[in-house]
Design a protein around this ligand. Structure first.
Ligand SMILES: Cc1ncc(COP(=O)(O)O)c(C=O)c1O
Length: 395
């Protein structure tokens, strides 16, 4: 035991020496556009609470009402005795949102991505995946017996060559998987040409739209709606932990047989507790709010545009885009982390990311804009960025 603990402590020391050791900063209240840290109010510019629903009175009330009506927990997986009408109502609502046949809930989108590949594919099949897909997709694919092909990030010509290879290798079925929005860049996958290419090779496309649901498109339906290919993505995975209430949970939505086989066979669904009523009630309310009224979706898009424009005009290197994820590239990892601390001291909470999360030399602060921010908060954030950047002679 002693040697084992000594070994682990060495690993921790290495993280600290490499300055990649993560420190958690506790919030002294709810998640919102403004939060309390160390007794001070700060603008929250680093959360996935894109629509500002994490602490919205309607969503809070829905969660509380769900506890009153349905209790706190299920004490069961879905298929034994862990399904309430409430779970089915949320699945039905998500299906309507995507205009899909059916939906299955998971405890997280991590679990959903862990479930799909090993359940839907076998040893004769192929999975073709973007090299920058989310960690949950990478791990999910590892659980499948299918042959793996990785295409260069957002490179449709390379996707095509991998599909041709998979066909030549005799794949029975081919699944292609991409993030709808890549979370370190706020960059959209080139879905129209991915869809065309999948069609030509009779491959089945899955899009993980965790960072797009409720955020992109005129009605918040996500990347496919934004890029004019609504209805052409057969299977989506998504999260309830970001725009759609920010609590937790995930789902797969798509054709009936896909969802049914996941319900019958997917291990994270069969062997893990079902979502608690408060979480289901909160997510259901969030979906209803986005369906009833697209103004929050429009608001987060407008805020993202405003912040991107002001930052670019102030001289920052912001990759071109529309998404409320706004990466501010500063290059060096230690610099990004130091700037994050200085921004926090100026009342703006934004995370720095460096190698190995992003490539060497591309360290960044990742700002995330919410519909709930006020213009004053966004202006304050830009001014704080400018001051800190000037201190480091970046501007
Ligand atoms: C693209 C993508 N997929 C899946 C997930 C995991 O979602 P969840 O928090 O619901 O497990 C994330 C969250 O970081 C994500 O960005």
């Amino acid at each position: 035991m002693h040697e084992f603990l000594h070994h682990l402590q060495n690993e921790i020391d290495k993280l600290q020496a490499a300055r990649t050791f993560k420190v958690e900063v506790p919030l002294q209240g709810p998640q919102d556009h403004e939060v309390t840290v160390d007794g001070r109010p700060v603008v929250m510019l680093t959360s996935n609470n894109y629509l500002g629903l994490a602490n919205h009175p309607r969503v809070r009330a829905a969660a509380a009402a769900a506890i009153e009506q349905w209790g706190v927990g299920m004490g069961s997986v879905r298929f034994i005795c862990g399904t309430q009408l409430l779970h089915q109502e949320l699945e039905k609502t998500i299906s309507e949102f995507y205009e899909a046949d059916d939906t299955i809930l998971y405890s997280s989108c991590w679990n959903a991505n862990e479930a799909v590949f090993s359940t839907l594919t076998g040893g004769y099949d192929a999975i073709v995946s973007d090299e920058l897909n989310h960690a949950s997709i990478i791990d999910g694919i590892r659980l499948s017996k299918a042959e793996r092909y990785i295409f260069r990030h957002a490179d449709v010509a390379d996707l095509e060559s991998k599909l041709a290879q998979a066909r030549q290798d005799g794949a029975r079925f081919i699944l292609v998987i991409t993030d709808g929005v890549f979370s370190m860049e706020g960059e959209l996958a080139p879905l129209p040409s991915i869809i065309d290419t999948c069609d030509r090779y009779e491959a089945v496309l899955i899009v993980d739209d965790s960072h797009a649901t409720g955020i992109l498109g005129a009605r918040g339906r996500g990347t496919a709606e934004e890029l004019g290919v609504w209805g052409k993505v057969p299977i989506h995975t998504g999260t309830l932990g970001k725009a759609m209430g920010s609590a937790m949970g995930g789902y797969v939505t798509g054709p009936k047989p896909v969802i049914e086989i996941l319900r019958q066979r997917s291990r994270p669904y069969l062997f893990s507790n079902s979502l608690p009523p408060a979480v289901v009630g909160a997510a259901l309310e969030a979906f209803r709010m986005v369906i009833e009224d697209p103004s929050r979706t429009r608001q987060v898009q407008e805020h993202a545009h405003y912040f991107r424009q002001r930052m670019t005009r102030s001289g920052f290197r912001i990759p071109h885009g529309i998404h409320p994820i706004v990466p501010v590239i500063v290059g060096d990892t230690a610099l990004a982390l130091a700037m994050g601390k200085q921004l926090l001291a100026r009342g703006v909470y934004v995370s720095g990311f460096g190698y190995p999360v992003v490539p060497q030399g591309h360290a960044r602060l990742r700002a995330q804009i919410s519909a709930a921010h006020t213009q004053e908060e966004l202006d304050h954030a830009v001014e704080a960025f400018v001051e800190v950047a000037q201190e480091h002679r970046l501007l």
